[in-house]
Design a binder for this molecule. Structure first.
Ligand SMILES: *[C@@H]1O[C@H](CO)[C@@H](O)[C@H](O)[C@H]1NC(C)=O
Ligand SMILES: *[C@@H]1O[C@H](CO)[C@@H](O)[C@H](O)[C@H]1NC(C)=O
Ligand SMILES: *[C@@H]1O[C@H](CO)[C@@H](O)[C@H](O)[C@H]1NC(C)=O
Ligand SMILES: *[C@@H]1O[C@H](CO)[C@@H](O)[C@H](O)[C@H]1NC(C)=O
Ligand SMILES: *[C@@H]1O[C@H](CO)[C@@H](O)[C@H](O)[C@H]1NC(C)=O
Ligand SMILES: *[C@@H]1O[C@H](CO)[C@@H](O)[C@H](O)[C@H]1NC(C)=O
Ligand SMILES: *[C@@H]1O[C@H](CO)[C@@H](O)[C@H](O)[C@H]1NC(C)=O
Ligand SMILES: CC(=O)N[C@H]1CO[C@H](CO)[C@@H](O)[C@@H]1O
Ligand SMILES: [Ca+2]
Ligand SMILES: [Ca+2]
Length: 586
């Protein structure tokens, strides 16, 4: 979620200097695909439009698969494509086993899935277990208390009635998009709970029938051949059944108001103990499929929590595994363009030091809910951030467009469509709207960036697409973000990346963050500058096992001092310009 920085900073313990060392893997085994492959997130409305309605679709995605193959991207996570009234752009599902007509049909899905298999690409579905759309047939049946559907959702009597005879909600709970989490239903004469927009009624996980329905839906997609799921907003699955008022959040952002989600401390609605049990149930189903045919499948979970200690249980235990990995949002939440090398080092160290034994760490710096890399950390940090996250041990996720360094678009109030922005009104929408990071993929310099032939796309295409696009970055004889990205992707396939040790630290009085990955004396060194000045790093002194000369493997675009890719340099004095980054191989 956006703008959580101010009140979360306390959670990380700051140290003045930082260093971590992990040994090389003494017993290298092939990595699982979800550990080694780049996981690329597609926001389907913005990837490629095949029929000119201005909205991306499955046929569009299928027509662009070569992009992934060329970049060595092995797996693709597609944000929700299920049938949906689109009140929250697909995160409000009216049928968990059908495709939204805007995106295509089940046949289009099968065609896409087959085309991906032909190319060796893995397909991960977004899954939204917390709630359905209010247009789901279950909800209508539940409103009418029909049979087993009666308790599919969270229904509560009013606390009482006000002077005008209006029902009072059972608790003061505020939903993620702002305003009460309870909506009165005239027919049932009860409130229902919605932790997101009112068109997203929460499913009632206290009811075992609901769990059965969700497992059946997951089974439907596993049978259709998907390789994994990304489980949305799992921290909201359960609510405390006493329905007590939540307290004010002592660390709330200064500009928040009582109708904002962040104004309150969500001790009764977020991260209740039963969440882990539900994840273990989901995981069991996935493992049954993996055991049956030996093909590895994976489950990633999304939950924004206050501390790493709260998140680590989402891995489950050896006996009862839950997520293969819970998304790690720490680089988004705790770091921005003003952060120094030490901030990054501390976040990274903390994960390796605290993760459960055998667990896979994961890194990401963007998604459909957060500003893009260039807009969060600065445009001069695009290559550096890709380098930083893609070569650490662990899984990695790339949000679409980050391989070419797309930046957030400026969206007017008139063009705003995200419910989070719309609910906030014309004065405050830009504090909340997620539209800027959801604009169409920039494929080429053509009109609409080659995304669509429509006169008007669902969100405006960024005007910088004339210069900043996939085709230009492929064709240029010079350097480009895309070329850097491809080299990083290649490097993940080496033994040094797969099995190498890690030595990560700040150098030069905290102006540089760097790490080496070495396997049997071969490997590479990454150095990223957070300094305003040119600095010289004595890598042979700072890091163990670095030979005296090495080859320049890649740099950021426009690296200073000018240094040719493939040239040989002395590792005892690597000169890195302000905010620049370099990888040398040996
Ligand atoms: C959901 O879609 C499936 C198609 O996969 C269809 O068979 C089923 O009837 C739909 N369910 C509802 C409740 O509309
Ligand atoms: C909702 O349920 C009622 C009663 O069961 C039924 O009459 C009505 O047609 C349903 N509406 C929709 C939109 O399915
Ligand atoms: C970046 O984070 C610092 C705290 O570390 C904060 O003071 C600053 O306002 C943030 N800058 C932006 C642009 O968000
Ligand atoms: C698109 O705009 C052009 C020029 O304004 C117009 O002639 C054409 O009919 C429009 N097409 C559609 C599909 O609206
Ligand atoms: C880029 O290269 C492709 C293939 O060589 C070519 O078809 C295309 O016209 C070029 N595009 C630009 C913008 O130069
Ligand atoms: C680096 O430069 C930026 C932008 O000019 C400035 O805001 C920042 O304070 C400088 N940092 C240091 C450590 O001098
Ligand atoms: C780099 O460090 C090594 C080891 O401490 C030292 O021998 C060497 O003189 C240093 N080189 C430079 C250029 O500072
Ligand atoms: C951070 C966040 O809220 N992510 C998703 C959680 O679920 C809601 C509703 O399903 C989505 O709108 C968000 O994108
Ligand atoms: Ca379309
Ligand atoms: Ca819930």
């Amino acid at each position: 979620m956006k703008h959580v920085l101010a009140f979360c900073l306390l959670a990380i313990s700051f140290r003045l200097s930082s260093a971590i060392k992990l040994p090389q893997n003494p017993d290298p085994q092939p990595l699982k695909w979800w550990q080694s492959d780049i996981i690329y997130q597609i926001y389907p409305r913005s990837h490629q439009d095949s029929d000119g309605d201005g909205v991306g679709d499955l046929k569009g995605i299928e027509s662009r698969l070569d992009h992934f193959v060329e970049l060595g991207i092995g797996s693709v996570w597609i944000s929700p494509i299920y049938q949906s009234p689109m009140k929250d752009f697909g995160y409000d599902i009216s049928n968990f086993t059908n495709i939204e007509p805007t995106f295509g049909t089940l046949d289009d899905f099968r065609s896409l899935s087959d085309a991906m298999k032909e190319r060796g690409l893995k397909l991960i579905m977004d899954f939204v277990p917390n709630h359905s759309s209010d247009m789901h047939a279950w909800f209508n049946k539940s409103i009418h208390s029909e049979g087993k559907y009666k308790d599919y959702y969270v229904w509560k009597d009013p606390k009482g009635y006000d002077a005008e005879g209006n029902p009072i909600p059972p608790a003061n709970w505020v939903n993620h998009f702002g305003g009460s989490s309870f909506e009165w239903n005239e027919i049932r004469q009860q409130f229902y709970l919605h932790q997101f927009v009112k068109e997203q009624p929460d499913l009632n996980y206290e009811n075992p029938e609901v769990m059965k329905e969700m497992l059946a839906a997951m089974k439907f997609w596993l049978d259709a051949g998907v390789d994994g799921f990304r489980m949305d907003a799992v921290q909201t699955l359960f609510e405390d059944q006493r329905f007590l008022d939540e307290p004010v959040n002592p660390d709330r952002p200064a500009n928040s108001i009582p109708s904002d989600h962040k104004y309150w401390k969500h001790i009764y609605t977020i991260n209740q103990p039963k969440v882990i049990d539900a994840l273990v149930e989901f995981r069991k189903l996935i493992d049954i499929y993996t055991l049956a045919d030996g093909k590895e499948r994976c489950m990633m979970t999304e939950a924004y929590l206050d501390t790493l200690e709260e998140l680590l249980p989402y891995y489950g235990t050896k006996e009862n595994p839950a997520a293969h990995f819970p998304f790690n949002f720490d680089l988004i939440v705790y770091a921005n363009g003003s952060s120094g090398a030490t901030t990054f080092a501390n976040i990274i160290d903390e994960w390796y030091l605290k993760k459960p034994e055998g667990a896979t760490v994961n890194w990401l710096v963007g998604n459909h809910d957060n500003f893009r890399i260039g807009s969060r950390y600065g445009e001069d940090a695009i290559d550096k951030m890709n380098m930083l996250i893609m070569l650490l041990p662990g899984s990695v996720v790339t949000y679409y467009g980050e391989e070419i360094g797309m930046v957030d678009n400026v969206i007017s109030w008139e063009d705003t469509v995200d419910p989070w922005g719309c609910n906030a009104g014309p004065d405050r929408y830009s504090l909340f709207s997620r539209d800027p990071e959801r604009c169409p993929m920039q494929w080429s310099a053509e009109d609409n960036a080659g995304f669509s032939t429509a006169n008007k796309t669902w969100l405006p295409v960024h005007p910088n697409h004339k210069q900043l696009n996939v085709e230009a970055q492929k064709n240029t004889t010079g350097e480009s973000h895309l070329k850097v990205y491809k080299r990083l992707s290649d490097l993940r396939k080496t033994e040094a990346w797969q099995f190498g040790g890690l030595e990560a630290k700040t150098t030069n009085d905290g102006e540089i963050y760097g790490y080496s990955r070495i396997f049997n004396n071969q490997g590479f060194l990454f150095l990223g500058s957070f300094s305003n000045q040119t600095v010289t790093v004595n890598a042979t002194q700072e890091f163990e096992g670095i030979p005296s000369t090495a080859t320049v493997y890649t740099t950021n675009v426009g690296f200073e001092p000018e240094t040719a890719i493939g040239s040989s340099i002395s590792t005892s004095s690597i000169v890195v310009g302000a905010k620049h980054s370099i990888i040398v191989a040996f």
